[in-house]
Design a protein around this ligand. Structure first.
Ligand SMILES: [Zn+2]
Length: 248
């Protein structure tokens, strides 16, 4: 039994014994370094193929290292998680030499936001919502964001997503949600200038953009959610104080 390896190019195959192959794998694993020559250590692991952590964060200096994401896959490759200042998750994998890539699904999961896995369109069968390509509106450090993805290449499904892991479809077919969308639009209407253009966070447009509406919706929904959480918490404290008073 034998194995084929290549050294310094793929033109001349070398056949080695199985035992020899094992020994070479062990030697290569022990001698492996980053393309800049850095040694891999527990504090400075390989985070993309042939690149160490410190060289990666040198290149993408807006990233802060979080750690491994899950366990290595069946081939032994490992994903790593990074965070930006705004809370976006970036991922690398030792399977490829790609730079760290933003991952909106892992960003939502990291902050505890609920992400639906299936969706029933107003007309038609239930469809799966795969984890890739979510668009996120709002502040990741708040308790509510708006998330959106197209479920059939054409039509977007939009949801309010809460840090308690729940979500609710943001659609005009839902009376509460319709009111929320109208409230946000009314607020944005007030930015209309004399030239007829609208302003939001330093940008200007001749119409109110959906992305603006979703950001304002997330702000309103987060404010309402935060008040509810605070009142529920203080109600619980009062109840337990009352019970203590009765008990004593
Ligand atoms: Zn390095």
């Amino acid at each position: 039994m034998s194995q084929t390896i290549f050294l310094g190019g793929r033109t001349h195959p070398i056949t080695v014994s199985d035992e020899g192959y094992e020994a070479i794998v062990a030697l290569v694993t022990a001698q492996r370094v980053c393309t800049n020559g850095c040694a891999y250590t527990a504090d400075n692991p390989m985070v993309t193929e042939n690149t160490c952590l410190s060289c990666l964060v040198n290149r993408q200096s807006y990233l802060r290292f979080v750690g491994p994401l899950g366990d290595p896959d069946e081939d032994g490759y490992q994903q790593f998680k990074f965070l930006t200042e705004k809370g976006n998750v970036y991922l690398t994998s030792t399977r490829s030499d790609y730079a760290a890539q933003q991952d909106s699904y892992q960003t939502l999961v990291h902050w505890g936001f609920g992400v639906p896995a299936v969706y029933r369109p107003p007309r038609g069968e239930e469809v799966k919502l795969y984890p890739h390509s979510w668009t996120v509106y709002g502040n990741l450090f708040s308790s509510v964001v708006v998330i959106e993805k197209s479920y059939d290449q054409k039509h977007p499904a939009t949801f309010l997503s809460y840090t308690n892991g729940t979500f609710r479809e943001l659609t005009k077919r839902d009376a509460d949600m319709k009111r929320l969308l109208e409230e946000a639009t009314d607020i944005l209407e007030e930015s209309k200038g004399e030239d007829g253009s609208y302003q939001y966070e330093g940008t200007s447009s001749n119409r109110i953009r959906d992305s603006w509406v979703y950001e304002v919706v997330s702000l309103i929904a987060a404010a309402v959610y935060d008040v509810k959480v605070r009142l529920t918490a203080s109600l619980k404290t009062e109840q337990s104080t009352d019970q203590e008073a009765i008990a004593s």
